[in-house]
Design a protein around this ligand. Sequence first.
Ligand SMILES: Cc1cc2nc3c(=O)[nH]c(=O)nc-3n(C[C@H](O)[C@H](O)[C@H](O)COP(=O)(O)O)c2cc1C
Length: 181
Amino acid sequence: MFAMMKELPLSKVYQFIEPGPVVLLTTQVPGTKPNVMTMSWLMMLEFEPPLIACVVAEGNYSFAALQKQHKCVIAVPPANLAKIVTDIGNCTGGDTDKFGSFDLTPLPASQVEAPLIGEAIVNLECRVKDSQMVKAYNLFVLECVKAWETPKLKDAPMLHHHGYGHFSVDGERIHIKSKMR
Ligand SMILES: Cc1cc2nc3c(=O)[nH]c(=O)nc-3n(C[C@H](O)[C@H](O)[C@H](O)COP(=O)(O)O)c2cc1C
């Protein structure tokens, strides 16, 4: 079951990546089924347009898709999807139809072929902006070209990875007056 999404201003994208959540990365190579992988190695590089650096290991099915298609979606899942998020990161699109196997809803994106995930807190449509560090570090620089949020999940806790199936889940949020946006 998923709730309605509305467009999220690109200027707000960083607010969802800066806390370093575990995300799902979807890809879609034409003529093949869409795929999704779990990813926690990512960081913000710029506010707007939002630039996100991420590491996708060379052996992953998603790596080949990103290299071929240069487009993807980063979806931030709520913490209650921890089991699915872990299972998705423990199998490969090379031999598994993950959208067919896991209870996630692929939805059409507007700028990229890769699907949005209906159950996500936010969905970020991205294109590969810079592949210069792929060879050395498997590091892709992505530019978010369109972003979507699910208002009903605005305060949903996110997952943070500590290795080998250990996660922390967001706790209470606090607000301190700050000049830093
Ligand atoms: C919590 C978690 C975090 C992960 N983070 C990353 C990551 O940042 N980069 C990466 O390449 N693989 C990461 N993985 C592993 C991939 O999700 C895994 O290799 C997956 O099978 C790749 O799927 P694919 O072959 O369909 O692309 C992570 C797995 C888990 C469970």
